[in-house]
Ligand binder design. Sequence first.
Ligand SMILES: NC(=O)c1ccc[n+]([C@@H]2O[C@H](COP(=O)([O-])OP(=O)(O)OC[C@H]3O[C@@H](n4cnc5c(N)ncnc54)[C@H](O)[C@@H]3O)[C@@H](O)[C@H]2O)c1
Ligand SMILES: [Zn+2]
Ligand SMILES: [Zn+2]
Length: 377
Amino acid sequence: MKAVVYQDPFTVTVEDVPDPTIERPTDVIVEITSSAICGSDLHMYEGRTAAERGIVFGHENLGIVSEVGGAVASIKTGDRVVMPFNVACGFCRNCLAGYTGFCLTVNPGFAGGAYGYVAMGPYRGGQAEYLRVPYADFNCLKLPEGTEHETDFIMLADIFPTGYHGCELAAVSPGETVAVYGAGPVGLMSAYSALLRGASRVFVVDRVPERLTKAEEIGAVPINFEDGNPAEQIKQQAGGEGTDKGIDAVGYQAHAQKGGGEAPAIVLNSLIDTVRATGMLGVPGLYVPADPGAPSEDAKRGMLLVSIGKFFEKGLRMGVGQCNVKLYNRQLRDLIIAGRAAPSFVVSHELPLEQAPNAYEKFDKRIEGYTKVVLHP
Ligand SMILES: NC(=O)c1ccc[n+]([C@@H]2O[C@H](COP(=O)([O-])OP(=O)(O)OC[C@H]3O[C@@H](n4cnc5c(N)ncnc54)[C@H](O)[C@@H]3O)[C@@H](O)[C@H]2O)c1
Ligand SMILES: [Zn+2]
Ligand SMILES: [Zn+2]
């Protein structure tokens, strides 16, 4: 089958690789109809991780079940399913508590597994024609038959639940004001989720014009951080004391203003400044224990200069980590089916799998409006 294969920094190719097979009776094989490219894929693409040549990318996957292992009870051939990016067992202590992003059995020595991702276990990605899904009863979410809502439903694999998770970590409640840093797919989904949860005002910070326009289109207030300190801009509009809640949807590859280069702690520090005393921060943006490409020796070891004193003084709270997609994907699917949510507004490009190399390049440069790409094999 054809698959998107990582070669070297800034190079992926579409190659022939062996078809996946049923390895355990609890597996199914899914014929992929949609697989999205994620900001998290770019960390590998840019050579910022230990990703090795040959990894098949793709953790945001949707398709039709084509083969079913003998021990699978609830999924049959022909079912249309979307998989959380987390690979999870369903029976370990963390899975039982709902923390499927931190499964203790699918990736020995590490809490958490995913498809097509460095250090996240031996699971090939779905930017390909077929995908093997382990523990299929647990990891497949069934979708209505047909092709309706394809680009809405593919958002259930990662970014819609992840944006929602940002709100959950910050306990965003009706009537509150929320500052979201980052208007990439995760930031836009965080802002969208905050509005779904009844936030009164949502500010979205970025500098990419097309992305800020999308934020405005869903009813958020766009804040361009190139126009001046974003915390000050938000506080001015939010009545001085700052917002109730804040979400970091940027992570460690954050940039300083005016071509100041990478500044891995800048968003955390801006949020500590932006959110009012006793507020809460949700951090779905990724931070890593080691980053060979970081701009300082400390940051290379995952150590950032964060204003912990201010954080303490203001009595803030913070939640971090991978999204436990399975906690939310069913409810968010039903919002889509009911016509109450349409997360596909973030999708800028739908392309055939063959065009993945070009799509990666443009998405990585954040040019030509590339915000969220869905590949169709
Ligand atoms: N927790 C999870 O489970 C999970 C899941 C998916 C993605 N992620 C992470 O979420 C983050 C965002 O993902 P994405 O796909 O939206 O990525 P993305 O790279 O497309 O978006 C990040 C955005 O942040 C903006 N940005 C950079 N510096 C900024 C600053 N100082 N202030 C405000 N905005 C700034 C960029 O212009 C960009 O638009 C990444 O770190 C990704 O790895 C986490
Ligand atoms: Zn993703
Ligand atoms: Zn588990």
